[in-house]
Design a binder for this molecule. Structure first.
Ligand code: SF4
Length: 435
């Protein structure tokens, strides 16, 4: 039995698709890249924004149109919780839908659809939710995302995730450690911890410092862990002990992804986000303990009521803080969110102009930060080779969202190398191998 798996959405969906791949391999299935060569077509959907929902529905419609009578189409992931019935109604050739927590049941669902096929080596734990269970893994390369929790308890006014994913639920430490060992045993060199809010990990166990403990356990109990990277932190949830763990263990990349969303006190208040004072203090404490820390963050422009002054405060904040990596997004009016009901919605043209202007400013900052790397020796993880260049990443770069380091010499994928930076571009660097 062959399956084709299309993954849409964020790093958490990539982690889930890794798990789906491992589960179906255990069940005796083979992954194929071409949809027409598969018996089972699976789309791991995203439901975060209008644009991502449209992309998921378009992908399902396209496969529904293509699929032969002997093929089955299954939709899984974040779109299902709110739009499962819509999918069934509007795309009747979808044979089954499973929400983001239900994919552990896939082999059973495929058995039911395919009639004569039987999964090998597959035992389903009744009611098991992939969100918190230890899941099988099949990393696709030297780097792997590890989803440590799902759902979210935050009240951010623009965000639909609590409505589609529910409250925060964390994986047990044992499940995370076991999954990390699994990934390392299959060759992963870097593990990236992801969740909606990684810094709230374990709060549902009643432990507000569980992430610091988890990092310490991963660094002391998982042999072979080379790089541990932290993404999706929440401002105000970063504890002194977490910072201490990040500084103490050499496996922890001096990198943090912490979406901030805005910088003006009134905009942040309307967004129901932590105050700028909390954010400034967090950044000061992080940089004091980790002077070479690379910070990635994201901002939303055009939030309802955003005045020119509020926007100017955001630009000033970018200048002031000089972040390494920044994504700027136009506010998306999402049904079911508080922000969708707010007055003073900002016109599309203004949102677009503000996003472009903020990104242009950040491009200059990113270039200047990259130029400061010239002459530095950096340890890099080799990810690929193309057009005569090795593609690698330093501690400053998360996969898929940040820059890369280009090296003229061909280096084995999945290994670390030391390179000296010789040239800087807006987002990427060029380096020479050091012996
Ligand atoms: S913390 Fe992130 S996932 Fe949670 S509500 Fe806020 S924006 Fe959404």
């Amino acid at each position: 039995m062959r399956y084709h798996l299309l993954t849409l959405g964020c790093a958490k969906n990539i982690a889930d698709s890794d798990g789906i791949g491992a589960l179906l391999a255990q069940a005796g299935m083979t992954r194929v890249d071409q949809a027409d060569a598969a018996d089972i077509l699976i789309v791991n959907t995203c439901g975060f924004l209008q644009a991502s929902r449209r992309e998921s529905l378009d992908a399902l419609r396209a496969l529904a149109k293509l699929k032969r009578a002997d093929q089955f189409l299954i939709a899984v992931g974040c779109l299902i919780a709110r739009y499962g019935e819509t999918i069934r109604r509007e795309i009747p050739r979808v044979d089954a839908v499973l929400d983001a927590g239900q994919w552990l049941a896939l082999p059973r669902v495929i058995e039911q659809l395919a009639g004569d096929w039987r999964a090998s080596a597959y035992t389903e734990t009744p009611g098991a939710r992939a969100i918190i269970a230890r899941v099988p893994r099949q990393p696709q390369g030297p780097s792997a995302y590890l989803k440590i929790a799902d759902g979210c308890d935050r009240p951010c006014a623009f965000c639909i995730i609590p409505a589609i994913k529910g409250a925060q639920r964390s994986k047990t430490q044992d499940a995370v450690i076991a999954e990390a060992r699994d990934l390392i045993a299959q060759g992963a060199q870097e593990i990236i911890l992801v969740a909606q809010d990684t810094t709230a990990y374990g709060w549902d166990f009643g432990d507000r410092d569980a992430l610091a403990t988890l990092i310490e356990k991963l660094c002391t109990e998982v042999d072979g862990l080379r790089w541990l990277r932290l993404m999706y932190a929440f401002p105000g949830h970063i504890t002194p002990r977490l910072i201490e763990m990040m500084a103490r263990y050499p496996q922890v990349a001096h990198y943090l992804d912490v979406p901030l969303q805005h910088a003006h006190p009134e905009t942040l208040a309307r967004m129901k986000r932590p105050s700028i004072a909390v954010t400034r203090e967090m950044l000061r404490a992080l940089r004091a303990a980790l002077p070479d820390l690379a910070i990635r963050t994201t901002f939303i422009v055009g939030f309802p009521g955003e005045t020119e002054d509020e926007y100017a405060a955001l630009l000033d904040f970018l200048e002031e803080q000089q972040f390494d990596r920044v994504g700027v997004f136009e506010f998306s009016r999402e049904d079911g969110t508080l922000a969708a009901t707010l007055p003073d919605q900002v016109p599309g043209k203004t949102k677009k102009y503000r996003r472009e202007r903020a990104m242009a400013l950040q491009q200059k900052i990113s270039l200047a930060k990259n130029q400061q790397c010239i002459g530095r020796e950096m340890r890099v993880l080799v990810e690929g080779f193309g057009e005569g260049m090795t593609i690698a990443r330093s501690y400053r770069d998360a996969p898929e969202v940040d820059g890369v380091i280009l090296v003229q010499k061909e280096l084995p994928i999945g290994t670390f190398a030391r390179v000296k930076i010789t040239r800087a571009m807006e987002y990427d660097l060029v380096g020479q191998v050091q012996s």
